[in-house]
Design a protein around this ligand. Structure first.
Ligand SMILES: C[S@@+](CC[C@H](N)C(=O)[O-])C[C@H]1O[C@@H](n2cnc3c(N)ncnc32)[C@H](O)[C@@H]1O
Length: 277
């Protein structure tokens, strides 16, 4: 296992190599990405769905016409979801060649690029929406990666990453390991998102918002154990959970959903969820 500091260039190559290995033996994950099982679909898609619902509550144009860039998109999980949601012009990117290759085979109608999220080789404001899920915390410089997203985005950025709060830090991991390589689990909160955005775009009009959510993997596996794999019943159980315990726990959830909207046409109504616990 390599625990050297992330200072030299070789660290990124080793990360890419680790993900190449993981994706070359990722049959279960690929099956999950393309499943039609209703409860697993809800589990897989819930965070992006929440982010898109909130974003498109407020945009006057048809969001489906927007171009989308996914960074750290792996084998295409987020890109496929956006395509299913009706987005036409979707580019999936990652710096692992194996991830990009598998994504091309899974979904040839997507666009693909191999790129480093800390150094995106695209012009300023050239893509309408730039999205990341579970990617920035693998970078040696996560805020640089975020600033690259803000630079390239014409209209909006969505960041779905681990949340930084008292509870999530106490219960979550500090480091993660992938095929012998480790990364620090960099966590986000509203203040960090706002400061990183405003230092970059200064006084330009922007809406910065944070949502919190509970990623339901444990709820799903518990219900699966109790209900024996019946997807319709598990889905009902997930909905009951959301309407009861989820209402209390959601605002303290482990997932950070950050939304940055440049030049919003109208003020966003409603508020971000609590961010300090
Ligand atoms: C935990 S995986 C998440 C993949 C995908 N977002 C998903 O949820 O299925 C993190 C991804 O980030 C990619 N990654 C790590 N460092 C990167 C970098 N500097 N530039 C681009 N991608 C990177 C890895 O190759 C990997 O595919």
């Amino acid at each position: 296992m390599n625990r050297d500091a992330n200072l030299e260039n070789g660290a990124k190559d080793r990360q890419a190599e680790a993900f190449n290995k993981r994706y070359s033996a990722a049959d279960d994950y690929l099956e999950f990405l393309d499943t039609d099982d209703v409860a697993r679909v809800r589990l897989r898609d819930q965070l992006i769905t929440k982010a898109l619902d909130r974003l498109f509550e407020h945009v006057p144009s048809s969001p489906k016409d927007w171009s989308v860039l996914i960074v750290c998109g792996g084998v295409g999980k987020e890109a496929s979801q956006l395509r299913r949601a009706g987005f036409f012009d979707v580019t999936n990117t990652d710096f692992s060649p194996a991830a990009v290759e598998i994504s091309m085979q899974r979904e040839p109608t997507l666009k693909h690029r191999r790129l480093d999220a800390e150094n995106i080789d695209l012009p300023d404001e050239s893509i309408d929406l730039v999205l990341v899920q579970a990617g920035l915390h693998h970078l040696p410089r996560p805020v640089t990666g975020f600033n690259e997203m803000v630079r390239v985005a014409r209209k909006a950025v969505i960041v779905i990453e681990p949340h930084s709060g008292l509870i999530t830090r106490a219960l979550g991991q500090e480091f993660e390991e992938e095929e012998g390589e480790i990364n620090y689990v960099f966590r986000w909160d509203h203040e960090l998102l706002e400061q990183a955005t405003k230092s970059q775009i200064l006084e330009r009009s922007v809406h910065v918002e944070t949502l919190r959510a509970l990623f339901h993997a444990k709820v799903y596996t518990t219900l699966e154990r109790v209900l024996g794999g019946d997807q319709a019943r598990i889905l009902r159980g997930m909905k009951v959970f959301d309407a009861t315990a989820g209402r209390v726990l959601g605002p303290m959830g482990n997932s950070f959903i950050g939304l940055v909207v440049k030049d919003p046409h109208e003020p966003f109504v409603g508020t971000a969820s609590a961010d300090k616990n």
